[in-house]
Write a protein that binds this ligand. Structure first.
Ligand SMILES: O=C(O)CCc1cccc(O)c1O
Ligand SMILES: [Fe+2]
Length: 314
């Protein structure tokens, strides 16, 4: 048994920004992606578990679990991300559900999980596609309030890691999203009635509706980069503290992250770091770990405190 981890911010603006970051910033992002790509290739996993949020593309308020394992999954293809079926390892996916439930974690499941750029971007970045390796996608709610306490995410990650550590496989766990950011994703509390309907059950929008939504994010990002958008600032201090907590190996530190304070300090989408909490807790379940790669910088053009980490058990 062996476990390794890659955590990375994602952003729909990576490929679509109207006002892209400078060449120097882009070169650093590319170098970070190359580093984790090489790390993943060298590790050569036989099984991949990707903890990913969803942005009202696959999971909605008609039934919103805090987390769910996909026993089958399809990319919906937002912002040019790969559409189509993921190569889900159904046996391991079901075994993860069973193991977590026996560990007192109320794991939920989907036999038809639809995933967006949140799950797809890391698979593209690390393996060049969504069907290159056997994968278990685990949805972790990162945008739809209310949020369960972080200790429950940690317990979920630990249960998944316990199972993975028992296997005769090389397992790579991936975390996707974060860090501080406040992109224009609608909030239930402030959304008008028509938008609320889409938050309850907005699957498979028309091409026009999808295009309009993506335009709003792309234009919002350009405005934010010019300093003209009414969204929360990135918070590099918060991001660096969070990444230091990840690197510390002391996963109990995550329990101190309280949802309302996170929104206030790091933005409405900072809850995407729940994927990092799950992944690092899974890694820690397999034994002490060391961080082998780290990159961070705030990138307003991507509306993201942009962080990348790689780690593995010692
Ligand atoms: O809801 C969307 O369409 C995507 C919003 C979005 C923008 C920037 C960074 C993100 O992590 C993100 O999720
Ligand atoms: Fe996101």
């Amino acid at each position: 048994m062996s476990l390794a981890l890659v955590a990375m911010s994602h952003s729909p603006l990576l490929h679509t920004a109207e006002l892209p970051p400078s060449d120097a910033v882009r070169a650093r992002v590319d170098a970070a992606f190359a580093a984790i790509h090489d790390f993943a290739r060298a590790y050569d996993p036989t099984l991949v578990v990707v903890f990913a949020p969803d942005h009202y593309n696959g999971v909605f308020y008609d039934m919103l679990p805090p987390f769910a394992v996909g026993l089958a999954a399809t990319g919906i293809g937002d912002y040019g991300s790969t559409a189509g079926p993921l190569s889900v390892d159904e046996d391991h996916a079901l075994a993860i559900v069973r193991h977590a439930q026996q560990a007192d974690v109320d794991m939920t499941l989907s036999r038809r999980l639809e995933v967006d750029h949140g799950a797809v971007q890391p698979l593209e970045t690390l393996f060049g596609g969504i069907d290159a390796r056997p994968v278990v996608p685990v949805f972790v709610n990162g945008v739809a309030a209310p949020f369960v306490p972080m200790r429950r995410i940690r317990a979920m990650g630990q249960a998944v890691g316990d199972y993975l550590a028992s296997l005769d496989e090389r397992v790579l766990v991936i975390a996707s999203g974060g860090l501080s950011h406040d992109p224009p994703v609608p909030q239930w509390d402030t959304a008008p009635e028509a938008v609320r309907a889409g938050l309850i059950d907005g699957r498979h929008p028309s091409a026009e509706a999808r295009e309009a939504r993506q335009r709003r994010v792309i234009e919002g990002a350009a405005a934010f980069a010019r300093g003209e958008a009414a969204i929360r600032d990135l918070n590099p201090g918060w991001d660096r503290t969070f990444m230091a907590d990840c690197a510390s190996g002391d996963v109990a530190r995550f329990d101190a992250y309280e949802a309302d304070a996170m929104t206030e300090e790091a933005g409405h989408s900072s809850h995407e770091v729940r994927t990092w909490v799950a992944a690092f807790s899974a890694l820690a379940a397999a034994g002490p770990y060391e961080t082998t790669y780290e990159y961070y910088e705030p990138i307003p053009e991507y509306i993201a405190g942009f962080g990348v980490m790689a780690a593995r058990t010692r």
